[in-house]
Every structure is written in structure tokens, then in C-alpha cells.
Design a protein around this ligand. Structure first.
Ligand SMILES: N[C@@H](CCC(=O)N[C@@H](CS)C(=O)NCC(=O)O)C(=O)O
Length: 344
């Protein structure tokens, strides 16, 4: 579904959609973990529309946004512009959209019935979390399209952002840009070194407990329909995607043992949500995200493919006179099945 392009070029595809996402450590497809770009990626995959990804290094975000004619949608505490991703360009409608929530709205308007259907089905989204953070979230109007979802988005973002220190030090960058990126985070926080941004020991445990408590009411919403894994039971919506973006971030940046803990918090609702989103809308983001490839070790997939090619050569060598061997038929079926999964 997704093809990739390197930073600095202009990829195109049949749908004309290009997602601008933040490049973390290579391979970018596997390590991409920024929550808001993930909301946009999940929404695109939810709609099942083809798009290409443009990987942008963090220090280039401002230039890229400006070149797309997109103003900043956040401000630093001192009032200066904070240029962010995701952005989506749609060459068929000539639009450039620079906020994950607006991207979801755009997709819903442009592809109302595509893929898994309505991103915004009516539901009770009364989760509230209040707090103050160093870099304020984007401001939105109360009369926004799908304002209940927009409010839910703001409250969920606040709950996780207040605990972002648990994740910050686990971010991994492209070595070519790492020093500049770390320097920028230090500038923003006033830290003297990158390691000052880490949180360990008792303070970390306290922050983890605080996050778990902050998520209690949210988890209860996922338990309203016990069939799960989504807020509306078996029916996914953009509200699941909003939470899922943050779960992605945690899955990639928390130490493995902590991520395992998070997955089991509150009767495992977040672990189940993450797994379901990854399976249904995870896209081509590394082999580990392929259900079929998880079941069959990736190396064996390639071995099967090699075996298939060798068998084809062998069979062709013998001409088409005889009936294809069982081995050939099995290899062919396997190849088609793996192709099918690869296009899901
Ligand atoms: N309201 C915006 C917020 C986007 C946002 O905060 N993006 C973060 C990544 S999740 C970013 O681009 N950060 C860049 C940086 O920290 O320099 C949206 O939903 O798209």
C-alpha cells in the first residue's frame, strides 16, 4: 500500500496523496513512531487509499512546510512558530493539509465510504484530561467538523504529552542528523545534555504510575463494549486511531519490559487495541508488522520465494509438456498467499 521516497524528492502515485512523516533512525519504515503522523498513516490505511511517504528529517520540517505553503499549527511557549508534521498533499484536489485532525477530515470528505468506512461514527467520547505542558497543543475552534472527536483528540494528546518524558529518551535518530536533533530538544527544554532528558529510578516509576492512572477513564471507555478491541467493539473509528498513535510511540520508545507492562494495564485494553490497529491498518511498516510474516519467520518467507524461483526455472527447463509437480504447485500457492498478504 505504501511506497517510500527519500527526503528531498517529489514522489507521485495514482491517488496523488503524499504523506510527510518524520524520519527516525533508518530503516524509517520500521522506526517511524511520531504519534500525529501515525494518526494520519492509520487514517490513510483505514481508508485503504494508496499514498506515498516522504520521509522528512526533523531539522527540515520548517522548510518543507513552508515550501508546501503550510503555516505552523503550533506555537512554542514564547509565541514563536512550531512547525510540525504530518502533512498531506493531495494533487487531485490541489490541497495541502498540515494537521493530523484536518487530514482525517479531508480523507472522510474525499473518500466517504472507502476502506473501513466512516472514520467518525457517532459515539460518546467524553474523556477529559487537563494539564499544562511546555509546548502548547494546537488550538482548534469549538465549531470544528467532528468537534467531539477534536476534543477527544486534545484530551488524549494532553494525557500522553504530560508523560512524554517516559518516551523522549527512547527516540532513535538517523546518525547523520542526531546531533542537531538532540541539540534542538535540549534547546527547547533547557537541558544541558541529552541524558538530562532521561528519567530513571523512582521518578520514572512515579511517572509511569501517573500515566497508568491518567489512562484509567480512557481504558474504561474501551471496556464499555466488551467485545473490543475498539471503542465500538469490532468497529474501528478515528477515536481508536488517536489513542493508537500514542501506543505506537510507546511501543517504539519505551524499554521492552515497560511496553509489556503498558500492554497489560487496565485488563490489557491498550495492548489489544495496538495489536488490532497494527494488524488492520499498520501498513507496510517493516516485516514485524505483517501478521503473515510474524507467524512465519521472515527468513523462511524469502527461502520459500527462492525455492519458488528455482522450481520455476526447473519446470521451465523441462518444458510445459508434463503436469507441474506437487512441489511446484505448493510453491506457487505459497507465493500467491504471501503476495496477497503483502498487498493487504
Ligand atoms: N496538531 C498537530 C500537531 C503535530 C505535532 O505536534 N507533530 C509533532 C510530532 S507528533 C512534530 O512534528 N514535532 C516536530 C518537532 O518536535 O520538531 C497535528 O495533529 O498534526
Amino acid at each position: 500500500m505504501t511506497t517510500d521516497a527519500t527526503s528531498g524528492t517529489s514522489p507521485t502515485n495514482s491517488s496523488g496523496l503524499v504523506l510527510y512523516d518524520i524520519a527516525f533512525a533508518p530503516p524509517y519504515e520500521e522506526n517511524t513512531c511520531a504519534p500525529n503522523p501515525w494518526k494520519a498513516r492509520y487514517a490513510l490505511n483505514f481508508k485503504g487509499v494508496p499514498y506515498t511517504t516522504q520521509w522528512i528529517q526533523m531539522p527540515d520540517i520548517t522548510t518543507v512546510r513552508r515550501s508546501l505553503g503550510l503555516p505552523a499549527c503550533r506555537k512554542f511557549a514564547d509565541g514563536t512558530d512550531f512547525y510540525t508534521l504530518p502533512a498531506l498533499t493531495d494533487s487531485t484536489t490541489g490541497s495541502a493539509i498540515g494537521d493530523s485532525f484536518d487530514i482525517a477530515n479531508h480523507l472522510q470528505i474525499t473518500f466517504p465510504d472507502a476502506g473501513a468506512g466512516d472514520l467518525f461514527p457517532p459515539q460518546n467520547l467524553g474523556f477529559e484530561f487537563h494539564g499544562t505542558i511546555a509546548i502548547p497543543l494546537s488550538e482548534r475552534d469549538d465549531d470544528d467538523l467532528h468537534a467531539d472527536y477534536a476534543r477527544f483528540n486534545a484530551n488524549v494528546d494532553m494525557a500522553f504529552t504530560m508523560h512524554a518524558q517516559l518516551m523522549a529518551h527512547g527516540m532513535r535518530w538517523d546518525p547523520a542528523y542526531e546531533d542537531r536533533i538532540k541539540a534542538e530538544f535540549m534547546r527547547r527544554t533547557g537541558a544541558q545534555s541529552w541524558d538530562d532528558l532521561a528519567i530513571a529510578g523512582e521518578a520514572r516509576d512515579k511517572l509511569k504510575v501517573s500515566l497508568r492512572d491518567a489512562l484509567r477513564d480512557l481504558a474504561a471507555m474501551f471496556q464499555r463494549d466488551a467485545t473490543g478491541p475498539f471503542l465500538l467493539g469490532g468497529r474501528p473509528s478515528y477515536a481508536d486511531v488517536i489513542v493508537g498513535g500514542w501506543l505506537r510511540m510507546m511501543s517504539k520508545t519505551l524499554p521492552e519490559s515497560e511496553w509489556e507492562e503498558v500492554r497489560t494495564w487496565h485488563a490489557g485494553v491498550f495492548g489489544q487495541l495496538h495489536a488490532a490497529l497494527r494488524e488492520r491498518f499498520g501498513g507496510l511498516v517493516g516485516l514485524e508488522d505483517f501478521p503473515s510474516f510474524r507467524i512465519v519467520n521472515p527468513a523462511s518467507v524469502y527461502l520459500f520465494r527462492v525455492r519458488y524461483m528455482l522450481t520455476v526455472v526447473y519446470e521451465c527447463g523441462g518444458g510445459l509438456r508434463k503436469k507441474p509437480s506437487i512441489s511446484f504447485q505448493v510453491s506457487l500457492i505459497w507465493f500467491l498467499v504471501s503476495l496477497f498478504w503483502a498487498t493487504q
